[in-house]
Every structure is written in C-alpha cells, then in structure tokens.
Design a binder for this molecule. Structure first.
Ligand code: NAD
Ligand code: IPM
Ligand code: MN
Length: 370
C-alpha cells in the first residue's frame, strides 16, 4: 500500500492501434487507483490524428497544459495514412516532437532485453540473442529532427528539401551524462554511436562524450560508426550494454534492437529529463493491423512499468507488472507477432486481460516487496 500525495497521470491513446493497446493499461491504472494501491488521478487527452480530427491541431494547447500539469504522461502511438498528406505542422508526428520538446524530455531510454520465454520467437538464432540486455539512450529533442534550416524551398526553379543535423556541446554533454549514469548501475559499458568519419556534428559528439567519460572512470567507453553498429547489432548484440546516440540514429537502431527481442510490440521507452516523464512504446500506430484486435499490448504495459519506476517511484509495482508479462508469455499465450509453434494466439484485448490478471497475482503474492 502506497502512501503520499496523489500523482497525476495523463493518458494519450492517439491513433491506429494506440487506443487498442492503451485500453487494458488504462483499465489497470484505474483499478490501481480504485483499490487505493496507487494514489493517482487519471486524465485523458487528445494527440495526433485523433486530436487533428476533433480540434484541427495534432497537439492542442489543452493537451500541452494537461501534460505539463501531470507527473507522467503515457502515450500510445500517433499517425496513419489518412494524415500523411497534411502539411507538416498538422501531421500527427509533429505532435510527438512537440510534446517531447515541451516536456524537455531529451533522454529517451529504450531497453531491449530478451525475455527468455521469447528466445524462439525472434527471427534471429537463439544463441545470437541469448542474454541480450542492452539499453539505447537516444537523444530526443535535438539533431536533424529539430535543426534549422529546414523545409522545402525552390532554388532556381528546382525544389530542394532541407534538414540540418546539429548538436551543441551542452546537448551532447547532458545526454552523455545520462548514459554514463545509467551504465554505472548496469554492466558499466557505453558505446557511443556516431558518423564521425563524415559529419562534423558527430566529430563534436565524439569529442564531448570522450570528455564526459572522464567523470565516470568506472564506466568503459568505446565509439562505433553507425553503419557498423547496425551490423554488429544483428551479428553479436551481446557486446552492447548502453548505446548512446543522436536522435535519428537512435530511432533506427532501437527499431532494429526491438526485433532482437522478438517483436517491436515488446519494446517500451521512457523519455526523461524534464519534470514530467513521457512513456511510450517505440512502435507506431501499425495501420496494417489497426482495428483488428491483433496488436501486442506488451510494449504498452512495459512502458507503464517504466512510468511506475521512473515517475511514480513504485519499483515494486513495476516489477510485478514485468513479471506479469513474463508469466503470460511463459504460459505460451501470444499475440500473433510473437507466436511460435504450440503457442496459443490471442487478440490484444485478451492478452491485456491475461497480463492484468498475472499482475494482480504477482502483486497479491507480495512479489512487489521482493
Ligand atoms: P509501426 O511501428 O507502426 O509498424 C511497423 C510494423 O510493426 C507493422 O507491420 C506493424 O503491424 C508492426 N507492429 C507495430 N506495433 C505492433 C504491436 N504493438 N503489435 C504487433 N505488431 C506491431 O511503424 P510504421 O508502419 O512505419 O508507421 C506507421 C505509422 O505510425 C506512421 O504514421 C508513423 O509515422 C507512425 N509512428 C508513430 C510512432 C509513435 O507514435 N511513437 C512510432 C513509429 C511510427
Ligand atoms: C519513434 C517514432 C517517431 C520518431 C516518429 C513517429 C516521429 O518513429 O518514436 O520512434 O522518429 O521519434
Ligand atoms: Mn521510431
């Protein structure tokens, strides 16, 4: 039983499979509040295409105010083909960048850990992914996603698309500090991924990361070019502990890392740095399976576990939830993306019910306290 002040959590279901994967997690959160396990006030807001449809803007000011006034935000996914031709400012993805920026969530932690029960669900050989446990620390509010100049302009009658990769020393320094700090409580190894053989922004990145390491002598640092890192991730992922990298490289490498764990439907993330943490699965709105009750809600549950850990300081509840996910997988209950011969394939809603039930079993057994 938790004591203390009531915490505020904002739920942003978004688009596509977003509302489907959010539904069972929202239900669990409300039940935790109702049973007074967690003193929490639950709010819901609009983001992405859903917000654009209702208000004409993918990130309405009310959503930003609600987020800033919350202790944590849980976001499912945004985007979809219906919105792909909208002007850039109205696209659902713009809202995602906007909310990360407004919350000052510059550090995106994306853990890729193999749940042993899924060793055979991955498309990689079990011996390659055995013991996989890495963390991508992705810079989230800078780099080419935010750099100016940007846009599509016409020069001498020719249209040109422009984006700018830029990183300042303070931006690199603060993300490096996050990476070294988390590595201290892990296997004490940081691999900084860049493209310093070509890009000046990466030359500075490498220089600053090397300097910051001096404050963390117990953590080993190595550097790797991003193309090699992409290859090493599938060749021998066990060599990585913490990977620290910029916004776009982190986006790409974390999707690759997710597949090592079996499915992108398994990978959670925490975006931290500001007062309010933002928690989101790394997957998108999956238009190909939206509305079909086929999505894997595990990444959404595991993002909620990260929220419990990082923002609400409830590690016990977080562990029970992680164990809940593991035990359901251990029983051979699977969504389609992680099915294997002999497993029982269920839909998103049923998977959600099973995980919730398993959570309560672990919680009531007192697993929270161990
Ligand atoms: P995606 O992650 O939505 O889907 C990629 C593939 O993975 C699809 O085959 C999909 O069915 C599958 N998949 C994703 N999540 C799954 C889950 N939980 N369970 C089972 N299978 C799952 O990426 P995409 O197709 O490139 O993008 C679709 C839309 O989502 C685009 O509009 C994109 O901009 C947006 N997007 C949003 C976010 C976000 O909101 N955080 C992240 C990535 C992409
Ligand atoms: C992610 C997504 C987003 C990103 C897009 C949808 C803006 O791919 O969260 O990984 O690139 O950050
Ligand atoms: Mn992505």
């Amino acid at each position: 039983m938790t004591t203390g002040t009531t915490r505020k959590v904002l739920l942003l279901p978004g688009d596509g499979i977003g509302p489907e994967v959010m539904a069972p997690v929202a239900e669990l959160l409300l039940e935790l509040a109702k049973r007074k396990v967690l003193p929490v006030e639950v709010r819901e807001g609009l983001i992405g295409g859903a917000a654009y449809d209702k208000t004409g803007h993918p990130l309405p000011p009310e959503t930003v105010s609600l987020a800033l006034d919350s202790d944590a935000v849980l976001l499912a996914a945004v985007g979809g083909p219906r919105y792909d031709t909208l002007p850039y400012e109205h696209r659902p993805e713009r809202a995602l960048l906007g909310i990360r920026e407004k919350l000052g969530a510059f550090a995106n932690l994306r853990p890729a850990k193999l749940i042993p029960q899924l060793a055979n669900a991955s498309t990689l050989k079990p011996e390659v992914i055995a013991g996989l446990d890495l963390l991508v620390v992705r810079e989230l509010t800078g780099g080419i996603y935010f750099g100016a100049p940007r846009g599509i302009v016409t020069e001498n009658g020719v249209r040109v698309g422009i984006n700018t990769e830029r990183y300042s020393e303070p931006e690199i320094e603060r993300i490096a500090r996050v990476a070294f700090t988390v590595a201290r409580n892990r296997r004490k190894k940081v691999t900084s991924v860049d493209k310093a053989n070509v890009l000046e922004s990466s030359v500075l990145w490498r220089e600053v990361v090397t300097r910051v390491q001096k404050d963390f002598p117990e953590v080993a640092l190595d550097h790797m070019y991003v193309d090699n890192a992409a290859m090493q991730l599938v060749r021998n992922p066990g060599q990585f502990d913490v990977i620290v990298t910029g916004n776009i490289f982190g986006d790409i490498l974390s999707d690759e890392a997710s597949q090592l764990t079996g499915s992108i439907g398994m990978l959670a993330s925490a975006s931290v740095g500001g007062r309010t943490g933002l928690f989101e699965p790394i997957h998108g709105s999956a238009p190909d399976i939206a509305g079909k009750d086929m999505a894997n809600p595990s990444a959404m549950f595991l993002s909620f576990a990260m929220l419990l850990d990082h923002s609400l300081r409830e590690p016990g509840l977080a562990r029970s939830l992680e164990r809940g996910v593991e035990s359901v997988l251990g029983e051979g209950i699977r969504t389609k993306d992680i099915a294997e011969p002999g497993s029982q394939v269920v839909g998103c809603a049923e998977m959600g019910r099973r995980i919730t039930r398993a959570f309560w079993t672990h919680h009531e057994k007192g697993a929270d306290k161990t």
